[in-house]
Unconditional design. Sequence first.
Length: 698
Amino acid sequence: MLPSPWSSMLVVAVLVGVRLAQMSTMVEDEPDLYLPSWLTNDLILAQIATIFGRMTHIDFVLDDRSPDRVRQLDYIVRHLRDDSGFLRGKSIRIYQEQDGMDGVDSCATVLDHDYGDEFDLIHWDRTYDSFAKIWGQNQFNGYLVFANVFTFDRLVGCLLDPIGTYLIVMDDEMEPDEVGRLLAAIWEKDGSFQVFTLAGERLFGYDPFVRVGSRYGMLKELNVSDDLPRLPNVNFDGYPLRIEIFWSTYTIPMNTSRPNRDFIGPDAEVGRTVTKFLNFTAVFIPPDNDNFGTQLPNGSFNGVIGRLARRESDVAFVGFFVKDYFSRDIEFTSGVYGDELCCLVKKASRIPEYLLPITIFPSDLWGVLFLAGIIFSVIWVIIRGAIRITARVRNQRNQRQRLAELFNLSNETRDAPRYRKVIQICVDTYIIWVSAPYRRFTHSGVERLMLVGTMLVSVIFVSMFQSSLSSVFLNPVYYKDIDTLQQLDKSGMKIVVKYRGFMDDVFPANNTPTMDALRNKMAFEQYAGSMPGRVARIGTISTVTRKSTLSLDNAIYLSTNQLHMVRECPRMYNLAYVVSRHSVFLERINTMVMRMFDGGLVDRWISDMNYNFTIRDWEQIRATLGSNFKILTLVDMQFPFYLLAIGLCVSTVVFGAELVHHRIGRARGKSDGGISFSSSEGKLAKNASSNNYSYSQY
């Protein structure tokens, strides 16, 4: 673990001071003629002070440990940290270039007071991770590099970073043309323009934004502070900005036949606005089939990420999810908009016409209605039993006949056993419950009061049922769709994606068992066509897409009821544009993007795009909506005929059973041989005498 920057710098500075003190005996008596002339040139030192004027820390990088280098370092530390030197008020670190240490090609190590075993305190293997730990501590400050023709390429390849400031002190004399080509190559390869070269007593810098005829870039010999190259604020004077843009959610090509296609959409509008107000000349990089880019087996990247990492382009005006792409060579701009990743499945199948009346009420409501009928039947049985008990206490004479009249029972029901009467009450309750015609209404006031309440409740439900019949036949009704990730997991569907980036973090690992199970169901397939269209066609797979596409490219699948979006989306991201790491254009682009975002322009362009897509697909959507309005035919009315056929079949069976029962009864009567009229007459007389009563007491 590295110490904190301030403590590290303090310790190193003390150690350097001790070492230089040890060496002072060797150099204190030597004349200045052994020093390079630039160390005693006030004009050069003033220019160096201007270059490092805003820095608080400077790293010294040595290519060797020769006496000349030590002498120069000693002079700089001892004499140029006073009030007139360019190191005044600055902390320093000293690095020694070294190759092949412990089998590792290290670019530099800390030069300490012992010149011995402490060389391996910091190794640099020329990777970003090593750079981030070591040089990243000083990325906004300065470097003073001592090099020659032989060590220049090696040191520069390790050290250069676009946001750093570098002064390279060359031992050899170099012609201005050679220096210009060198600094121009550094700008094109590494994106660094704050690189200055001191050759002899001439200090050079390279300004890539100065226009010279039809080309950009000019070598400047620094004589005054105004000669320093600077990044323009708002006017880049037509400098060519290499832009990546391709077919994406918010970027649609206008003409696919052209090599550099014109695009429309919010991302394209942002790109046009940035280039217009910063006065860039847009140079569009032709898109390829790799689009965003993926990591190759050798660790490099293709697509947009690869070209930005190699600095073959400057910015990609295509929304990237702000996440880890496993590349340290790209950087995000400020967030532009947000989006969710959602799962798409095939729309549930349509409910057949003969089942539509059943779907008017949900299953739980049907259960409640059936249970309510049983409850009302039990209440009716209890009320009737209470009336019988009351009648038995008051007058036991002719009780059976008078109760039959009171309850308006038929002769068959009156003589039936008790369980048969209970069944009849249940049947009568459901007849009233469904508002069917009921002929034998009771004469009891208590029962009538209960039945009136039952009829009022039944009228409400029957009216709701009848009013909903037309809507279920005219509007398509579907089975229940998958709306949660748990339901998606239980369905067993494979989740197919065509972007490798979705495989890593759509479903977070080790989050919940459901997320882990869905992550294991994901599969990457290279498919050139539309993945939502494939899901709609196959039906046994699902896919992952951005939610914003459901109102754009994929809106037609939802409006025609081919696909359904699972309401529970696993991920939400901020989206931003991408530039090369530490790009000098990042700050200017961020300023313009935030102004457009704060002004509501991005949201306005997104709304316009959604509206344009709605207009484009309106004919197909209107045709789909028009298909929902239909004339009822015999096929739509097949359910009532099914019920009629079932009723006729049941009634035929019952009629046949009754006919057989009647014939069996007649056959048994004939086998008895005769009929006793005396007993029959006695029963009729008894019944006649029992009819003379008054039930006004009830």
